[in-house]
Design a protein around this ligand. Structure first.
Ligand SMILES: Cc1ncc(C[n+]2csc(CCOP(=O)(O)OP(=O)(O)O)c2C)c(N)n1
Ligand SMILES: [Mg+2]
Length: 326
């Protein structure tokens, strides 16, 4: 059972993620942000559930749609500097949001090579097991990525070697313009787990309580070297990237999904079942909005990296003695 304190914390994380992404939308529209932004609006509960489930020995291999996770796991100001390419960002403004990583926070880089997070996560899980550490790797990817060959190989190795890894699939129904049912013969990607002799569960990714409970169980099992698959069903609210005209889908799907908003649902649970007041929730929102505004203002006034910093290979490539050593 997830406690009131845990749910309140998740609520605050979800609201921060939501407002942060809405700010990105605004900045893209104003022409202040350039590049591709793959927003996880509507998918905030999953990131909050991951943050709730992890402990100091766990690791995360994130996806490109987990801004809620990044903005809460990392320092929001420093993350925003990375987002808009400023020298005091986590990767000196060279990684941007997409390729950000942070060894101290056990955060692997998001890979642009779809599906490659799975072998990366399995490699990290193998390292944890060999080192005798009681941690797990939460290896995240979308349902589109789950159809890549290396994901299947990674799942097979994970189960054969009993590695401490959770394969966490955010099934948002779309892989760019391809609907999930065009990319896979099974309706539930988690059902494939049986083919690797692993447990696999399907969870409503908009139900924060169900998400948190399922992730806690999945991570606990993985720490005990029971690899498993967890599939979160959601709907992608935005285009594949900001600016995607989405001519390939009927947007009424999004209107329906917005009625099933994970934040509104958790809001109702907190008020109706846990006695949280509307004022308390409004306060959470006000604080999050202030944090987002302050982070963007700070980042905008921060310096861009110098040419020397941009060209210094030490900041771009891992060195033999450094990098993401576990
Ligand atoms: C190996 C590889 N193939 C294709 C792409 C192009 N690509 C980028 S994102 C994407 C779809 C991702 O869909 P999904 O895994 O469902 O994640 P979502 O964007 O829906 O969160 C594709 C095909 C890529 N980056 N890498
Ligand atoms: Mg998808």
């Amino acid at each position: 059972m997830i406690s009131k304190q845990e749910l309140l914390k998740m609520y605050a994380q979800m609201v921060l993620g939501r407002l942060y992404m809405e700010k990105i939308v605004a900045f893209v529209k104003m022409g202040k942000l350039v590049g591709f932004f793959h927003l996880g609006l509507g998918q905030e509960a999953i990131s909050a559930g991951i943050l709730n489930a992890i402990g100091p020995d766990d690791y995360i291999v994130p996806t490109h749609r987990q801004q809620t996770l990044l903005v809460n796991l990392l320092d929001t100001d420093k993350f925003t500097c990375e987002l808009i390419g400023r020298a005091n960002g986590y990767c000196k403004g060279l990684g941007f949001e997409f390729h950000i990583s942070n060894p101290e926070k056990h955060l692997f880089p998001i890979s642009a090579v779809l599906g490659s997070s799975a072998p990366m996560g399995v490699g990290a899980a193998m390292a944890l097991k060999l080192d005798g550490r009681h941690g797990a790797v939460i290896c995240c990817f979308g349902e589109g990525a789950s159809n890549e060959g290396n994901v299947h190989e990674a799942m097979n190795i994970a189960s054969t070697y009993k590695l401490p890894v959770v394969f966490m699939i955010e099934n948002n129904g779309w892989a760019i313009s391809q609907p999930a049912e065009r990319g896979s013969a099974v309706a539930d990607i988690a059902s494939r787990a049986a083919g690797y002799n692993m447990p696999g569960v399907v969870v409503d990714g908009t139900d924060a309580c169900a998400v948190a409970e399922a992730l806690q169980k999945a991570v606990a099992a993985a720490r005990d070297c029971q690899p498993n698959v967890i599939e979160m069903k959601v709907v992608r609210w935005r285009g594949h990237f900001e600016g995607d005209p989405q001519v390939y889908r009927d947007l009424s799907e999004v209107d329906v999904a917005r009625q099933n908003d994970c934040i509104l649902k958790l809001d109702a649970v907190l008020v109706e079942s846990y006695g949280v007041t509307r004022e308390e929730l409004d306060d959470v929102r006000t604080q999050a909005a202030g944090k987002v505004d302050a982070a963007f203002a700070y980042a905008e006034s921060s310096p861009v990296p110098t040419a020397e910093e941009i060209l210094n290979p030490e900041f771009v490539y891992a060195t033999p003695s450094g990098g993401l050593a576990l």
